[in-house]
Design a protein around this ligand. Structure first.
Ligand code: MG
Length: 417
C-alpha cells in the first residue's frame, strides 16, 4: 500500500479547525482534524510533509513520525508543524485500523476497558469557533440549546441537575476567567458572563484576584454542590490565565468544594511554578493540553508538578506520541485525561487511546459539540451511555467526513499528490 495524496479541508463555519485526509492506492482514506491556525497547518502539510509521505507505505507509522519530527525539531517548529504531524499520524492509525479491519484501540494492543468515563465541558456550540482569531467565548450570538457556558454562570444548579439526569457525573467550568482578561482584548465580551457579574474594568490580567471577585466566582460551585451533592465531579478550567499567587488564592478557596481537578490555572511554561502551586493546595492539579511530545511532559512528571496529566492527541504528537506519554505518566503513577474541545476525529483518537491506556481516567467531551457541531461534520458519533463512551466497533477510528463537506460554500480543499 502507498500514500497517493494528502488533502486538507477548511470550512468557514469552523474557522479554527483543519480536516486532514491521507489517501492510499488501496482506496483506504485516513482522517483527522486539528485545531488552531489551519492555514499554517495546511502550509506545513503541503510544503513539507507531502514530499516526505506521498509514495510511501502508510503503515510505517513510527518511521514517518520520526522523520517528520526531525524536520520539525530542526526548524524549532513546535506549533502548527507539530499539530500537522499530529493530524497526519492520526490519519495513518485510521488507515492501519481499516487495513486490519479492527478498531484503533485493538491495533494499539487492545482495550483494558469497554468504555471510558466522560464529563461535560460546559461551552456552547460556538465556543472555540468565534469568527476572528478565536477570540471570545462564542456566546455573543448565543441562542437555542446547549448554551452551557451561559448556564453555568446564570443557573449552575439547573445545569448540574440536567446533566445528572442525562447520566453525566462530571462537569467543567471556568467562572474565574472574567476577572483575568484585560479590557479591550475581545475576550472581555461580558455577555459571556452576563447575569452574575459586572464588567471588570479593573482587571489586572490574572496577576491578582480580589476577595469580592473570588467570592462571586465561587457561587456556581456552591449552587452545584447544593443541588448535586457529591454526585457531580467538578472540573475547574483556568485557561492558563493566572500568576502563581492568584492561582494559589483560587485553589485554596476551592478546596472546600473538593473539585476533581484544577486545570491549567497557570500556563505550563514554568514547571517549577506549577510544582509550587501543587504543593500549596490540596486540590488535584491537572496539566496540560498546552504541552506537546514526551520531551515537554518529561519535566512535568520528573518535578511532580501535576497530579493528573492532560493530553490532546492532535496537538501533542498524534496517537503514536500520546501512547508513549501515557506510558511515561504511568511510570510516575499519574492518571491521564484526554482532551477534546475541538473536532470529532480528535475525540475519536482520544477515546481509542483512553480505552487502551491503563491509566486513562477520562475522555473530555462537549455535549454542545456532540449534538450540534459534530453531526454536521462526520458520519458516526461515539455512543455515550450513562456518562461513558462505549468502545467504537468499526474499523479504524470509526467515523468519516460527511460526503458533502468538500462542496460546501466557502470550503477550501487543497491536495498534494
Ligand atoms: Mg483545558
Amino acid at each position: 500500500m502507498k500514500i497517493t495524496r494528502l488533502e486538507t479541508i477548511y470550512l468557514p463555519d469552523y474557522p479554527s479547525i483543519l480536516f486532514v485526509a491521507v489517501h492510499t492506492d488501496a482506496g483506504l482514506v485516513g482522517y483527522a482534524d486539528t485545531c488552531y491556525m489551519p492555514d499554517a497547518v495546511a502550509g506545513f502539510i503541503h510544503q513539507f510533509a507531502a514530499p516526505m509521505l506521498v509514495g510511501h507505505d502508510p503503515l510505517a507509522i513510527e518511521l514517518h513520525w520520526r522523520r517528520l519530527y526531525e524536520v520539525i525539531a530542526h526548524i524549532v517548529g513546535k506549533g502548527a508543524e507539530l499539530r500537522a504531524l499530529s493530524a497526519l499520524d492520526v490519519c495513518l492509525w485510521d488507515i492501519l485500523g481499516q487495513a486490519a479491519n479492527m478498531p484503533v484501540w485493538q491495533v494499539l494492543g487492545g482495550a483494558v476497558r469497554d468504555r471510558i468515563r466522560t464529563y461535560n465541558t460546559c461551552g456552547g456550540p460556538n465556543y472555540g469557533r468565534a469568527a476572528k482569531g478565536s477570540v471570545g467565548y462564542g456566546t455573543l450570538d448565543a441562542h437555542g440549546k446547549y448554551e452551557d457556558l451561559i448556564a453555568f454562570m446564570e443557573r449552575p444548579d439547573e445545569l448540574a441537575f440536567e446533566l445528572l439526569s442525562e447520566g453525566f457525573t462530571g462537569m467543567k467550568l471556568w467562572p474565574f476567567d472574567y476577572v483575568a482578561h484585560y479590557p479591550g482584548t475581545g475576550w472581555d465580551n461580558w455577555r459571556s458572563f452576563r447575569g452574575m457579574f459586572e464588567p471588570n474594568l479593573r482587571s489586572l490580567g490574572g496577576h491578582d484576584i480580589s476577595a469580592a471577585d473570588l467570592n462571586r466566582a465561587l457561587v456556581p460551585f456552591r449552587k452545584i454542590r447544593e443541588v448535586a451533592g457529591d454526585r457531580m465531579e467538578i472540573m475547574v478550567e483556568g485557561h492558563g490565565l493566572w500568576s502563581l499567587p492568584a492561582a494559589l488564592k483560587i485553589a485554596r478557596a476551592l478546596e472546600e468544594f473538593q473539585p476533581a481537578w484544577l486545570e491549567d490555572l497557570m500556563r505550563a511554561d514554568d514547571i517549577d511554578a506549577l510544582a509550587e502551586l501543587r504543593r500549596g493546595t490540596t486540590c488535584p492539579i491537572l496539566a496540560s493540553e498546552y504541552l506537546a511530545t514526551r520531551y515537554e511532559y518529561k519535566p512535568l512528571l520528573e518535578k511532580q508538578a501535576a497530579d493528573i496529566v492532560m493530553i490532546d492527541p492532535t496537538w501533542a504528537g498524534g496517537i503514536t506520541e500520546c501512547k508513549k506519554v501515557c506510558a511515561m505518566a504511568e511510570v510516575y503513577k499519574r492518571p491521564v485525561a484526554m482532551h477534546d474541545c475541538t473536532g470529532p476525529f480528535t475525540l475519536y483518537a482520544g477515546i481509542h487511546l483512553a480505552l487502551n491506556a491503563p491509566n486513562a481516567i477520562y475522555q473530555e467531551s462537549v455535549r454542545a459539540y456532540m449534538r450540534v457541531n459534530y453531526p454536521d461534520l462526520v458520519t458516526e458519533l461515539p455512543v455515550m451511555e450513562a456518562g461513558h463512551f462505549l468502545a467504537p466497533t468499526k474499523p479504524g477510528l470509526g467515523t468519516t467526513l460527511l460526503p458533502d463537506v468538500r462542496t460546501r460554500e466557502g470550503a477550501v480543499v487543497r491536495e498534494s499528490r
